[in-house]
Design a protein around this ligand. Structure first.
Ligand SMILES: C[S@@+](CC[C@H](N)C(=O)[O-])C[C@H]1O[C@@H](n2cnc3c(N)ncnc32)[C@H](O)[C@@H]1O
Length: 261
C-alpha cells in the first residue's frame, strides 16, 4: 500500500491519541491557538486533526470547499499541511483569512478563496495556490436548512427542497473531486434533520452521492455532539417532548470517509 500518512508503524504503540474506532466521543472543543468556537455551524478542530493525521502527510494539499471560519485550514497550518479553502460569503471568508494568518507556519501555505464551490474554476484556484492536485478533501456542507448561513441563492442552506440540496452538493463533489489525486481520500461531515414528524436522513443521502460516483466507502464514523448554544437551556423541554412522543433527540452526526478509485 502506498504511503498516505506519516504514521511510523515501528512506533505504533505511541499513537494512543489517534482514533481507530468508529465511535468518536469528543467532549471538549479544542480552543487553543487561532481556533475559536464563535462561528455558528463550525466543527471541532479534533475532526480535521484526526482525519489529516490518518489520511495526509506533511506537505500534502488539503481542500475544504465549505471553509466557514477556517477550522480545517488552521489545523492544516498547525500540522504542516498546505491548504485551500473556498467560502461563499465574503465576510465569513475574510474573517477566516484573518484568523488563519495568526497561525503562521513557514513550512506550508493556507490560501482562501471567495466563491461558489459548485462552479468555482478549480484549475485556476489550484494554479493560484501553487498546487497541481490535492491529496485530501474535507466537506462540511450546511446540513441543508438547519442553519441558514446567508441569503445567497447559491448557499446550500437555501436549497428549496431535498432534491435541490442533494443536486447542489453533488455538483460540489463533481467540481472539487476532479482535482483530488487518485487513490487518495475525502471525508464528509454531516448530520440528519427532523421535519414534518419524520427523520430526513441527510447523512445517508449524502453518502449515496459518493457511492453513485464510484468512491470507495472506507468508514462510517458516528460522532457525538453536546449541547448547542441554542438547546442547552431547553434540555428539559426536548426531553418532555421526546418522552411524550415517538422520536429521539439527535446526539450524533456522521463522518463518512471515501477513497477515490
Ligand atoms: C457547516 S459550515 C462549515 C463550517 C466550517 N467547517 C468551520 O469549522 O467553520 C458550511 C459553510 O459553507 C458555506 N457555503 C454554503 N454554500 C456554499 C457554496 N455553494 N460554496 C461555498 N461555500 C458555501 C456557508 O457559508 C458556511 O460557511
Amino acid at each position: 500500500m502506498s504511503k498516505f500518512n506519516d504514521i511510523d508503524m515501528s512506533r505504533w504503540k505511541d499513537y494512543s491519541d489517534i482514533y481507530t474506532d468508529s465511535l468518536w466521543i469528543i467532549d471538549k472543543r479544542d480552543n487553543s491557538g487561532a481556533h475559536s468556537g464563535d462561528y455558528h455551524g463550525n466543527f471541532v478542530p479534533q475532526i480535521p486533526r484526526q482525519l489529516f493525521t490518518r489520511y495526509t502527510k506533511k506537505g500534502d494539499w488539503i481542500l475544504d470547499p465549505f471553509m466557514g471560519s477556517g477550522t480545517s485550514l488552521i489545523e492544516a497550518q498547525r500540522m504542516g499541511r498546505n491548504s485551500i479553502g473556498i467560502e461563499l460569503s465574503e465576510d465569513v471568508a475574510k474573517e477566516a483569512a484573518k484568523r488563519i494568518s495568526t497561525e503562521k507556519n513557514e513550512d506550508c501555505k493556507a490560501v482562501t478563496f471567495i466563491g461558489n464551490s459548485q462552479s468555482a474554476d478549480m484549475e485556476k484556484i489550484l494554479k493560484a495556490a501553487g498546487a497541481e492536485k490535492v491529496q485530501f478533501l474535507i466537506f462540511h456542507p450546511p446540513y441543508w436548512d438547519i442553519i441558514k448561513f446567508s441569503d445567497k441563492p447559491d448557499d446550500l442552506s437555501n436549497a428549496a427542497d431535498l432534491e435541490g440540496f442533494l443536486n447542489s452538493f453533488g455538483e460540489v463533489i463533481d467540481n472539487t473531486s476532479k482535482v483530488l489525486e487518485s487513490r487518495r481520500y475525502c471525508a464528509v461531515v454531516i448530520g440528519d434533520k427532523y421535519a414534518d414528524g419524520r427523520i430526513v436522513p441527510l447523512g445517508f443521502y449524502c453518502m449515496n452521492l459518493f457511492l453513485e460516483r464510484g468512491f470507495i466507502l472506507k468508514a462510517i464514523l458516528v460522532k457525538n455532539f453536546g449541547e448547542t448554544q441554542g438547546k442547552s437551556n431547553k434540555q428539559g423541554i426536548w426531553r418532555y417532548r421526546a418522552l411524550s412522543s415517538d422520536f429521539y433527540i439527535f446526539k450524533h452526526e456522521y463522518i463518512f470517509v471515501f477513497k477515490k478509485p
